[in-house]
Design a protein around this ligand. Structure first.
Ligand code: KG4
Ligand code: ZN
Length: 343
């Protein structure tokens, strides 16, 4: 039984996500129960140290229908007569050529199967990942959305009511992980690599700066990145593990500190995590510990639901379908779509 206290479509939704370098498709029931979730991460970008947009689009094109078939089969659905209520697809933000593959595939399947289409904002999708958990978020909530492209503190009064109360003024948190990893000679994506190195390091080895402790809810990571690069260049003797652990600690601390300050300022009942950087163990532990100390609800999705996936798109789509109806078949890819455009 789904634990949603807000109206969502009760049937099966196919969620398609291709905004960056994950070709991901899922089938979700009641907007909350995952029947299948297939995430195919593209490896071609590793040698370039970052996502190459042209390659991402081509890889999605090659894989998308295989991933759809696998997700349908794992959910026990027939590709010829699928019992789906809708197909939800990421419209943006993201890489144009990557988004277009998912949107075109979703439109084709919608026509072929005569199933309604629902366009979903990728950022709203990340915020809906918490609905896939056993103990869902309680509202109002302050959600920390940290991914490769975004770092935002969002006050969520209820689904669909979002206020961005702070964001990064320069690099996104995930971007900082990726850039620092690259500098330290680690591969892409950098977040999991830094986390692996940090396991063997001392987080107190180097005191890197915590920027913008100015009472605002904005973040800045480019100074931290420069500080790491400068320190590592001047101290080749210091272990990479210690630098990685100290950098990770600086990021986790500032993210958690501002999230909890925002929760107190805006009277939130709960804090929640979303986005790829939310898979970071140190960040998860610190947010849970400090949030519980303040008697706040803490909702941390499984790692798989933090990084890009189709289930979060299906969950957001179930809510959108019920409240706003299906989208037109003329929807397109919107690479710069903003969270504030979700209404
Ligand atoms: O949400 P996501 O999968 O894609 C975007 O929408 O950007 O986030 C990807 C970002 C990458 O920058 C990656 O390095 C970071 O999330 N990331 C992590 C971890 N896993 C992924 N950062 C820190 N620790 C992790 N375990
Ligand atoms: Zn994402």
């Amino acid at each position: 039984m789904a634990m949603n206290s807000y109206p969502v479509a009760s049937g099966l939704i196919l969620g398609i996500e291709t905004s960056c370098d994950e070709t991901a498709v899922a089938v979700v029931k009641d907007g909350a129960t995952i029947l299948s979730s297939v995430i195919n991460s593209q490896q071609v970008h590793a040698e370039f140290g970052g996502v190459v947009p042209e390659l991402a689009g081509r890889e999605h094109e090659r894989r998308i229908l295989h991933v759809v078939k696998q997700a349908m089969s794992e959910a026990g659905l027939d590709m010829h007569k699928p019992k789906l209520e809708a197909i939800a697809v990421t419209m943006g933000p993201g890489l144009a050529g990557a988004l277009m593959v998912g949107v075109a595939a979703a439109k084709g399947l919608s026509l072929a199967w005569d199933v309604p289409l629902v366009g979903v904002n990728h950022l709203e999708g990340h915020l809906f990942a918490v609905r896939l958990e056993k103990d869902p978020v309680t509202y109002p909530a302050v959600m920390l959305l940290v991914s490769g492209g975004h770092t935002m503190l969002v006050l969520v009064e209820k689904p669909g009511r979002y206020k961005v109360i702070g964001q990064s003024l320069d690099d996104a948190a995930g971007e900082a992980f990726d850039k620092v990893a690259r500098f330290l000679g680690l591969s892409y994506p950098g977040g999991p690599e830094i986390e692996r190195e940090a396991e063997f390091g001392d987080p107190t080895a180097v005191r890197f700066p915590r920027a913008l402790r100015d009472g605002s809810f904005n973040f800045s990571f480019s100074g931290l990145k420069t500080a790491v690069v400068s320190f590592a260049s001047k101290h080749p003797d210091v272990e990479v593990a210690d630098i990685a652990a100290s950098f990770q600690e600086a990021v986790a601390e500032i993210l958690v500190e501002k999230t909890l300050n925002a929760a107190s300022e805006f009277g939130a009942k709960c804090v929640a995590l979303a986005g790829g950087v939310g898979a970071n163990t140190r960040l998860r532990t610190l947010l849970a510990e400090r949030g519980h100390e303040l008697d706040l609800g803490v909702c941390i999705p499984s790692r798989m639901n933090c990084t890009d996936n189709g289930a979060m798109i299906a969950a957001a789509g179930a809510w959108r379908l019920e409240n706003f109806g299906p989208s037109e078949l003329s929807i397109a890819a919107y690479p710069s779509l903003r969270l504030e455009e979700c209404i």
